[in-house]
Design a protein around this ligand. Structure first.
Ligand code: ZN
Length: 272
């Protein structure tokens, strides 16, 4: 990269920092965007956080995360719907134009059933999302999470689903950690952009060997994901949004977060 203008960092990346600290540190480091995890808003007024972010010159890129639509239990699906409505309100208060969706899966039912519930759940949210002017981003998750986290595992499935909703409010988030292995990735990125549904781009790296399939992500350049190659596809497709660094890592969370942030920025220059 030749500038930091498109650099966004997720609050979960520097989880030990409260959001107020992260805002100051990100801003000083030259980061321009921030994606806010709902965990970092606990016991806080989103509008107050919005003013803090604005004061630091940070753009709220997305709120993370809603979803978990799939459940065999109808009451749980209703709870999830209410929770998603609350997430949309939070995103609007925060001034974040996008809610990232981890769609959900329930191992007690088929993936097809989960996908149907996901479709219905997203469709039901569309009117409210449109009223609040918050877009809904379907993030396909790596198939290792198809048991409990998401029945949407490829870009093709995410594109199909977004298309099926028939709403311009619904699009797709490309996270390299989840989709780098997909032989159809380039084709589906182009298709997604052609549909006007390429909403966001998340970056990190796949550590070899990975010791934990949730909290052992790497900094770009230290794993096996061809991040610059995927970025080229995204940009060729016309994407002009932020490149969002989203790293869950027990290893890095134990380190000095100032040093970690410096390493992220260096990696962003060199390997993204
Ligand atoms: Zn992501």
């Amino acid at each position: 990269m030749n500038s930091l203008d498109k650099l966004c960092v997720h609050t979960i990346t520097t989880k030990p920092w409260p959001i107020e600290t992260a805002a100051v540190k990100f801003s000083r480091a030259g980061v321009k965007g921030i994606s806010v995890w709902r965990e970092s808003l606990v016991d806080r007024d989103p509008q107050k956080i919005r003013r803090i972010l604005e004061g630091e010159g940070l753009e709220a890129v997305s709120l993370v995360r809603g979803g978990f639509f799939a459940n065999r239990d109808e009451n749980k699906r209703r709870d999830a719907f209410e929770n998603n409505k609350q997430a949309l309100e939070e995103a609007a208060s925060l001034g974040a134009p996008l809610l990232a969706l981890v769609c959900g899966a329930d191992p007690r039912q088929s993936l097809e059933d989960s996908r149907k519930q996901i479709h219905d759940g997203i469709s039901a949210l569309v009117p409210m999302a449109a009223d609040l002017d918050v877009r809904l981003g379907i993030e396909p998750l790596h198939p290792m999470y198809a048991d409990t986290r998401s029945a949407i595992n490829t870009m093709r499935q995410a594109n199909d689903l977004a298309e099926k909703t028939g709403s311009g409010q619904v699009g797709v988030i490309v996270d390299v950690y989840h989709v780098w292995w997909d032989p159809d990735l380039e084709k589906e990125i182009m298709r997604c952009a052609g549909l006007g549904k390429l909403f966001a781009f998340h970056i990190s790296d796949w550590k070899v060997p990975t010791t934990d399939f949730l909290n052992d992500r790497e900094i770009m350049g230290k794993g096996c994901i061809p991040v610059p190659g995927i970025r080229k596809w995204i940009e060729t497709a016309g994407f002009q949004g932020y490149h969002e660094v989203e790293i869950f890592s027990d290893h890095y969370w134990q380190k000095d977060q100032d040093v970690f942030l410096e390493e992220i920025i260096e990696a962003y220059w060199k390997y993204s």
